[in-house]
Design a protein around this ligand. Structure first.
Ligand code: 3AM
Length: 169
């Protein structure tokens, strides 16, 4: 069964983020540009019936478009992920992430974690935190969200959108 998650795609920002990361000393193994995303809710393995239910729930989800400024670097020590993320973020993002996590939980999905820390993972297997300076400054104009599946190939993992929905009030 494929592993699923909801995320914001970063079509315009991904090349800028990669160029920024690759210009500096950044720890760990770089995440390929095509895999960059901002996770809203991790779901885990889901069968086709559950996928269809997730899609139906996401279709009914309403959220206005919002802006997120990625102005900080960070490191999840346990996951060994180095990232950029917002210092502060709009309430719409918190509410959307929570609603999508709950859709998953109602279907028995998720990892039980309650806290939400928006971030874009730029590298994995990072043994140390990235430098804090110079601070990043990337503006994400979020206007849609997607359900992704994680596909393992010989070249590594690829994240493929299964379906996307516009953010609208
Ligand atoms: O790219 P980020 O860091 O946002 O770390 C995985 C990645 O998130 C996360 O799901 C996203 C797509 O794979 N992930 C994988 N397993 C996870 C788990 N058990 C997980 N997040 C939470 N719990």
């Amino acid at each position: 069964m494929p592993k699923l998650f909801f995320a914001l795609p970063l079509p315009d920002l991904a090349p800028e983020l990669v160029a920024w990361r690759d210009q500096r000393s950044w720890p760990g193994l770089p995440v390929p540009e095509s895999n960059l995303h901002l996770t809203l809710a991790f779901l885990g393995e889901a069968d086709e019936r559950t996928q269809a239910r997730l899609i139906a729930a996401a279709e009914r989800q309403h959220c206005p478009p919002f802006t997120v400024t990625l102005d900080q670097t960070g490191w999840f020590q346990r996951a060994r992920a180095a990232w950029v993320g917002p210092r502060e973020w709009p309430n719409e993002l918190t509410v959307l992430a929570r609603a999508l996590r709950r859709h998953g939980e109602k279907l028995g999905l998720g990892n039980g974690e309650q806290g939400y820390r928006p971030h874009v993972t730029l590298s994995r297997k990072a043994g140390e935190a990235p430098g804090a300076l110079p601070a990043p400054h990337f503006v994400l104009e979020a206007d849609r969200f997607c359900l992704y599946q994680s596909v393992s190939t010989q070249d590594g993992v690829h994240y493929e959108p299964l379906a996307c929905w516009p953010l609208r009030a």
